[in-house]
Design a protein. Structure first.
Length: 167
């Protein structure tokens, strides 16, 4: 048995975590650190980028970084000893300047509205204390970013070799 795959499956026992060996604890710490590095690199690449043909690829990199964050946070949230530290005022976060509301964002406005809602939900989750909720909100944000990138690149989840994968 592993971590819950959706918020619907989350139980009180999951919030308290399971005990693991020191080696597994170290592995999870390394996964969390790597996920943070990938997220930071993807944000930095998107942060000051001019509008150009690389936009969908930067968006895809951010989506993949969100997925990695979701996987590592979900795994860590399942283990005793890991806890989310709330980040105050995160509900107004901006993933990167080129993705902020009002920026020149190509693609359907309704997808960007979904993106904006997903960013706000992630921020609200980050203000709380439950790591699983943060993980699932990263996953939701990744899904919207993949939809936009797929559309801009003329791809489908199947053509990129991915379907709807669980955290």
């Amino acid at each position: 048995m592993g971590p819950p795959q959706s918020l619907d499956q989350l139980s009180t026992a999951d919030i308290h975590g399971r005990q693991v060996s020191p080696d597994e604890m170290q592995q999870i710490v390394e996964e969390l650190q790597l996920a943070d590095e990938v997220w930071e690199q993807a944000q930095t690449a998107s942060e000051n980028a001019p509008p150009d043909p690389g936009f969908p690829h930067r968006l895809r990199a951010l989506a993949e970084a969100c997925e990695q964050q979701a996987r590592s946070l979900a795994r860590a949230g399942w283990i005793e000893g890991f806890a989310w530290t709330p980040i105050p005022d995160s509900r107004h976060m901006i993933v990167s300047p080129e993705l902020r509301p009002g920026a020149n964002r190509p693609g359907p406005p309704e997808l960007w509205e979904q993106f904006d809602r997903a960013v706000q939900r992630l921020g609200i989750a980050m203000e709380g204390r439950i790591m699983y909720v943060v993980a699932f909100r990263y996953r939701d944000l990744a899904a919207v970013m993949h939809k936009i990138a797929d559309l801009l690149l003329g791809e489908t989840p199947e053509s990129r070799g991915q379907g709807d994968e669980a955290v």
